[in-house]
Design a binder for this molecule. Structure first.
Ligand code: CO
Ligand code: ZN
Length: 333
């Protein structure tokens, strides 16, 4: 899974421009699915049919988003510097000093206007991207061009670090789950969504199209285990998190119970997730059509939305195990 995760995280795919990531996903999953389609928003929808003789299979949708946060050029100044706005939750503190790459392959460095007070934090509106140009004429970037962080994958002991670990870690977990799935009593839809970072837009159309009975979003969840972090229980290396609450959703208690008992039976370490910041595709799935019983499996992550997001490899492997346990047996609700 490490090699796959390296490939996925080193591929560029800010929201709305997921093509390169989709190509990697397609190559991996085509041999593993019974049917694969791509909808109008670019979501990849891969179906694994229930095994023969399965009684009243439930339609289960698992979703992980392919997109990452990014930047979009809004103005080129007379000296060739590129002003920009965020695509998704790119923040000042993590964008300052970053190196970025545009979809046309051009790299740039994020600089900032003179500070009045050296310790002040800088907002994106005071930053610019220097691509090595000196006038609009020789600037290879035009208004509307999209960029993402540029940073190679790295291993640090048991931890893996990369840009776009949110949510390529989830994408890798879904692919590995598909690879290990021999048969299932469910009608499973593995969905690789687009535009999550700008408000779970891909998941909304994908869930409408799939019309699932049960939904689970596989995404990352920020932790509270670093010095001075906000008080949250989740930590790296203690197992996948079973979502109970985040800012925009309450997980269906039946799904929570199903996930907890599957983890306990299979002796997979897990954590209970009450997240104080952010949300996931689970919200869009839950609110589609007349409503869907929905939960979330979350991979603990540090430094969310930076160019060096960190996860624990054991958490990824245990996430695959938990999904395998869920897909292996029928559910009664
Ligand atoms: Co995110
Ligand atoms: Zn995410």
């Amino acid at each position: 899974m490490k090699k796959l995760l390296q490939t996925l995280t080193e591929t560029f795919g800010p929201s709305g421009y997921e093509d390169a990531v989709r190509a990697v996903v397609m190559k991996e999953i085509k041999p593993l699915a019974d049917e694969v389609r791509v909808d109008a928003l670019g979501n990849v929808i891969a179906r694994v049919k229930p095994s023969k003789g399965a009684k009243k299979p439930k339609r289960v949708m698992l979703a992980a988003h392919m997109d990452e946060i990014g930047l979009i050029a809004s103005h080129i100044d007379r000296n060739g510097f590129v002003r920009f706005i965020n695509v998704g939750a790119a923040t000042g503190r993590y964008t300052l000093g970053a190196r970025v790459r545009f979809l046309n392959g051009i790299s740039g460095v994020v600089g900032f206007d003179r500070l009045e007070n050296f310790d002040e934090s800088v907002s994106l509106s005071k930053m610019f991207i220097d691509v090595g140009a000196s006038s609009p004429k020789d600037c290879p970037i035009k208004v509307g061009d999209v960029a993402a962080f540029e940073r190679p994958f790295a291993e640090m002991g048991k931890r893996l670090v990369a840009k776009s670990m949110d949510d390529r870690a989830g994408v890798a977990v879904l692919i590995e789950t598909m690879r290990g799935l021999k048969s299932t009593p469910h009608d499973v839809y593995f969905v690789f969504t687009t535009q999550e970072e700008v408000g779970t837009r891909g998941a909304a159309t994908a869930a409408f199209g799939v019309d699932p009975d049960i939904g689970i979003a596989v995404d990352v969840t920020p932790v509270g285990d670093t010095p001075g972090s906000i008080k949250m229980e989740m930590k790296l290396g203690a197992g996948p998190c079973i979502k109970i609450r985040d800012v925009f959703m309450l997980a269906d208690p039946r799904v929570v119970k199903w996930m907890v008992s599957a983890a306990e039976k299979a002796r997979i370490p897990f954590q209970r997730e009450v997240l104080l910041i952010g949300s996931t595709d689970a919200r869009a799935i839950q609110l589609t059509r007349a409503g869907v019983a929905t939960g979330g499996l979350s991979i603990p992550i540090r430094y969310t939305h930076s160019s060096s997001e960190m996860v624990d490899y054991e958490d990824l492997k245990n996430s695959v195990k938990l999904l395998a346990a869920l897909l292996g047996k029928a559910v009664s609700f």
